[in-house]
Design a protein around this ligand. Sequence first.
Ligand SMILES: C[S@@+](CC[C@H](N)C(=O)[O-])C[C@H]1O[C@@H](n2cnc3c(N)ncnc32)[C@H](O)[C@@H]1O
Length: 262
Amino acid sequence: MKSTSHIWTNKELNGDINYNQNIDEISRANKWDSLLTSPQWILFNPAEEVVQFYNNYLDSPSRQVRNRINLTGKKVHDIGFGGGRHIYFFSEMGFDVTGSDLSETAITITQAELAKRSLTARLELCAMTRLPFKDGEFDITISRSTINHATLQDIKKTIFEIARTTKLGGLFFVTFISERSSEWKKGKEVVEDLSYIPNSGPEEGLIHTFLSATDVVALLEPFFRIEEMYLSEHPPLILNLSDANSKDTYFGSQHVVIGVRK
Ligand SMILES: C[S@@+](CC[C@H](N)C(=O)[O-])C[C@H]1O[C@@H](n2cnc3c(N)ncnc32)[C@H](O)[C@@H]1O
């Protein structure tokens, strides 16, 4: 079993993080720019976990949640917005929305869909490891199925950037691929038990870092109080019963975390 118990060094916690600064190289490895040219990869409905986050923390929080979280601001930042589905969702719900993504295609298609819906949002072409935003600029940061497409070092730099740009008391919604996923340990091994690059399928060539619940807590706790954490899992699509135990059947597993910037 891997040991990532000391995810952060003291130097890294103060921002001295050795991450990949070659943005051209990261852009070239980002398969999403070409995937998003196919309508199959452009989703318009918000993910269930994001709607649940909106309902439980923003729209109608319970008294328990209201006692712990005092959030009035409406500035949302979506990191890795892809086809823009959560940009439209938060914009339609009356939030002041900013999105950032490394893919020019993501920017183009989201801009066009915003215009079609008569909505506005600020969209920035940038890497999540170097966010062009001020300290404490956002009340809420969300990032779904994005941050795990990086090495652990780049993930740490991204978390540091999110902590920097999310205001104290602000909310952070994030998902990380878990090692229960059927994709764990498939493809080229970059770091044993931790990071792999699939050598087939749509995400071929794209790095995936798989985290345990312990890793996720260690990664976030220096900056965020963890309010809620659960696994969102997609059972294999069983076309016939003989597929049920097949090692090739895709099984998706993600940690969903809601944190408060401390
Ligand atoms: C799997 S898609 C997720 C889209 C969206 N969040 C959703 O839930 O539908 C990942 C997105 O992250 C973007 N991305 C990947 N690596 C990135 C990086 N290093 N910096 C910024 N965006 C990145 C990709 O361009 C892509 O649009």
